[in-house]
Design a protein around this ligand. Structure first.
Ligand SMILES: [Zn+2]
Length: 132
């Protein structure tokens, strides 16, 4: 769906950036939550200007309810992303530990390869795959 006011695409309460240059002829058009909240804010101020405070408060209640729904959905989406990120991180850590374990289980260099006796092996003794 595309917002007829700001021309951004949106899905429910999720707004997709950036706004498009024009309205898409084949898209369904409506109003996104951000533009809806702005419209309600202008309506609230108009009612307040006329002195109809009760109606202005009703509109403000509607605006805040809309924003609450948007905030809850954004929170749920972010929480789901955090869970997915946590799972990916666990996989990466597990893989890193496996690589480290494999590296540590390699045979140590022979004493003859440690020419200076300082624990450093000359590059000419490195396995072929470590050389560029
Ligand atoms: Zn909009």
């Amino acid at each position: 769906m595309q917002c007829a006011w700001c021309r951004r695409l949106f899905d429910g309460n999720e707004i997709l950036e950036p706004p498009l240059d024009q309205l898409l002829p084949d898209a369904s058009h409506g109003i996104c939550p951000a533009c809806h909240a702005t419209l309600l804010e202008k309506r609230r101020e108009s009612l307040r200007g006329t002195g109809d405070i009760s109606a202005a408060l009703d509109v403000e209640r509607e605006r805040l309810t809309l924003l609450l729904v948007v905030a809850r959905r954004n929170y749920a989406r972010l929480a789901a992303r955090c869970v997915a990120l946590e799972e990916r991180t666990a996989i990466a850590v597990r893989h890193s530990r496996e690589v480290l374990k494999a590296v540590r289980s390699r045979p140590r260099p022979l004493a003859a390869e440690d020419e200076a006796g300082d624990g450093v092996v000359s590059a000419r003794h490195w396995p072929r795959r470590l050389k560029t």
